[in-house]
Design a protein around this ligand. Sequence first.
Ligand code: NAI
Length: 400
Amino acid sequence: MIIQPRTRGFICLTSHPQGAAQNIKNQIEYVKSKGTITDGPKKVLVIGASTGFGIASRITAAFGSGAATIGVFFEKPATEGKPGTAGWYNSAAFENEAKEAGLYAKSINGDAFSDEVKKEVIDLIKRDLGQVDLVVYSLASPRRTNPKNGVSYASVLKPINQPFTDKTVDFHTGVVSDISIQPIENEEDIANTVAVMGGEDWKFWIEDLKAAGVLAEGVKTVAYSYIGPKLTYPIYRNGTIGKAKDDLEATVPVINDLLKDLHGISYVSVNKALVTQSSSAIPVVPLYISLLYKVMKEKGIHEGTIEQIQRLFAERLYLDSTIPTDDKGRIRIDDLEMREDVQEEVAKLWDQVTTENLSEISDIKGYRDEFFNLFGFNVDGIDYEADTNEVVNVPSLANN
Ligand code: NAI
């Protein structure tokens, strides 16, 4: 079939297998161009491994340090006349490239929050790898069922105390308008969001992996967080999602305690704002990202997910000296985003930006390109008019 982008709001309903495969190749080339990560991870579990920061983590582990990887994700293969999801195609391409490079790569497609998937992963580690020395936790989901009590939670993206009014952009049309977001109506919204995006499931994973004896001596685990600028505080860091990130960060000492006898350690890495399927769903954030990209590209310090994660591994997690952290013990690879000169310029542009000057003073084009890129579109060298086979296997899932 000929696959073209079909969007509904911030969701793209179609994905292009060849475009996704080319994205993966480009990320692999980038990681290879940076050379081997000295003393990097060798056996890695990535939870949320198919898109965004998760696939970048899988690629960096495999192609930056020759690691065997197990990836967990929730994606859909193609069905009659309907392409698969981008993360499905990404994972298929990743496994094919890994195989060609002689690297072990297997995937599990299912609900990472469930006990069943945790058990499946543990069995696979026992069977094939024995133990893992790095666990990356990179889930982003709007809902979670807690396997211990069977309760399902839905997260919300809302401010907490008062309504929040600011600019936002419809990145398809380029219309900048004011948006007012009403605050939560009850504390349950916070608790639900924390239950989905907080640290509990990360802790459950580490507890189960440890109890099964599949964590290696000196194991590391990392989860991803975000802080961002004051202008997004009401909707992000001081909003419901920010409470979940507080909870995720507060889980670090709990996990460190669990890992003590293995001499293991856990970190939260605060990453840069980037276009991913998750971030495009947050109001106000796409306009901020468009302005941020403009400023960072002009200064020559722009990074995408792969640049961020390669730097996280090479210059933070696998340094042979002490890993630099902030006063709360967090790794900061949002350092360039948060630089004072960058934030000052973004704030100035924020005050000025309108529908009329959007394409001039922001990188809305870069935003749009990257958004479509997530789904394998707008990728250089791909003929989008050509007939393509939408049925693609993730090799390790082919017989399931
Ligand atoms: P994403 O939407 O690109 O990736 C989410 C991943 O989770 C995918 O692999 C998806 O298959 C998987 N997933 C979702 N629900 C699942 C389930 N029930 N079972 C198994 N897999 C499931 O998201 P992104 O942006 O890469 O986010 C990853 C982490 O990075 C999140 O914690 C996010 O808050 C954080 N982060 C994101 C930033 C951004 O600007 N995008 C900035 C800083 C941190």
